[in-house]
Every structure is written in structure tokens, then in C-alpha cells.
Design a protein around this ligand. Sequence first.
Ligand SMILES: Nc1ncnc2c1ncn2[C@@H]1O[C@H](COP(=O)(O)OP(=O)(O)OP(=O)(O)O)[C@@H](O)[C@H]1O
Length: 272
Amino acid sequence: MTAPQPHPALPPTPAGPPPGGAVPALSIRGLAKRFGTKIAVDGISLDVPAGSFYGIVGPNGAGKTTTLSMATGLLRPDFGTALVHGVDVWVNPLEAKRLMGILPDGVRLFDRLTGEQLITYAGLLRGMDRGVVASRVGELLAAMDLAQDAGTLVVDYSAGMTKKIALASALIHAPRLLVLDEPFEAVDPVSASNIRSILDSYVASGGTVIVSSHVMDLVQRMCDHVAVVAGGRVLAAGTVDEVRAGASLEDRFVQLVGGRSHTEGLEWLRTS
Ligand SMILES: Nc1ncnc2c1ncn2[C@@H]1O[C@H](COP(=O)(O)OP(=O)(O)OP(=O)(O)O)[C@@H](O)[C@H]1O
């Protein structure tokens, strides 16, 4: 199995950690992916500092899921590299995956298991001790407000419950980096607030969280860093304050990405 090569049109990957010292939790360089004639990701480079709460925002079809899939070993890049705490995801996948917990968007779960069985399975698959798994499963079910539904098949869960059980499965091995694609989609406000406080304390204790989201307000309140992605490229990246530059993140996002300026069409939809 050969590792993807650097993108020919991009500068070579800098050797070692970036200036400033610490090894980023995730460092991607020149990631690129094409599906047929569609360029989904066009040479994305980002450093996610260890201990940060990092938001990735972008319009539909911007390339967020494709980028995160390549960065976490789920989708082979055409070009570029991804390092998790300095470990190359495509050269040392087992070592890199031990460091990561992933909540992918739209990937099917083993939904003929109950919620409790699914988290247990995730822990055992990671080679964890059965007793440790059992105690963490109980705590995770309680934290996600799913204790009552522990014995229900995941196929019978609502969309929000499914998100929460998938998140619990991503947390069971206490990863150093959590990569969450749309973690709050379909999750009710009380559960979202619980999940946010779990993630906040995870970051406070030294973990790193990357979330992709469309909800600017949430990202502005929750994240300390953000990258705006559109058309498979990074339009802006840095601390949330740097990127929003005095405006709200939503206004800055529309400015960067370019909103719809015309309101013609759909006249037939007007009722009066
Ligand atoms: N397996 C695939 N085959 C063909 N095209 C794909 C595939 N996966 C993604 N694409 C295309 O690549 C582009 C980027 O898609 P991606 O899912 O990464 O965007 P996204 O930013 O996550 O979007 P959203 O916010 O809507 O989830 C889109 O134009 C999409 O149609």
C-alpha cells in the first residue's frame, strides 16, 4: 500500500512541526480529491493546534466531509498528507487511529445491535479490557441521556439518538483527537447542550475537537479556531476572532463565500 503523494502544484510539506513548537493534533498538507471530473477537495492545508476546539464551516458541497474523511483514514486522498499528533494517517493507520475518535457523517452503524452493545463493540474492537468497557459504557449512556434506551436496537433510534450513540462509540477509548462531522444535526437542544459540556471538559482536559457544522452561531460560541472552506479550498483559517475580524462569524462567512444577491425566480411560490 503506497501513501498518497504531495500535490504537484503545492509547495513541499514542511519538515517537522510548524514554527511555534508544539506538534498539531492534526496537520494536513495539500489534500486533494477528485470524483470523476468533480474536484471535491483542491489542495487543503490546515494545522489544528493540540487542545483546540476547531470548527470547519462551509456551504453544502464545500468539501468538508471529503476532507475529514481523508484526514481520518476513511477515504484515500489523490494527493497530500494527514498527520495526527505527528503520525501519518496513511503510513501508520493503526497507530493514528488509536489516537482518534471519529463521528463520520452518513456512515452506517451496526444498527442491529442495541445501543449498549454498539458502544461495547466499539470498545472491544479497540482492544480494551472488558471491565473498563462495561463501566465506561454505563457512564457514556448516562451522559448521552440514553440509559433508558440502552436495550433498544439502534435501527429503532431516532436520528438524534443515533448521533449520540455514535458519539459515545467514538469516545469509549478516550482518544486524544475527536473528529465530529455534523455532531449536532438532528440533536435536540438539551442533548446538544449536554454534548457541548462533555466536549468542553474534554478540551479543558487536553483533548482536541474538530467539528464540521453549518451552524455559525454554534461554532462562534463553541470553537476557539475555525476554517472556512468553499469549493474545496480554505478561504480563511485561524482563531475565531481572527477569522470573524470584528463581524459575526455568519456575516463573515457570507462575505467570504458569497451569498445570493438576486431574489428573482420562484414567483409561482408566492401566495399573494
Ligand atoms: N463519493 C462521491 N462521488 C462523487 N462525488 C462526490 C462524492 N463525495 C462527494 N462528492 C462531491 O464532492 C463535493 C464535496 O462534497 P462533500 O460531501 O465533501 O461536501 P460537504 O462540504 O461535506 O457538504 P455538506 O455540507 O452538504 O455535507 C460535492 O460536490 C459532492 O457532490
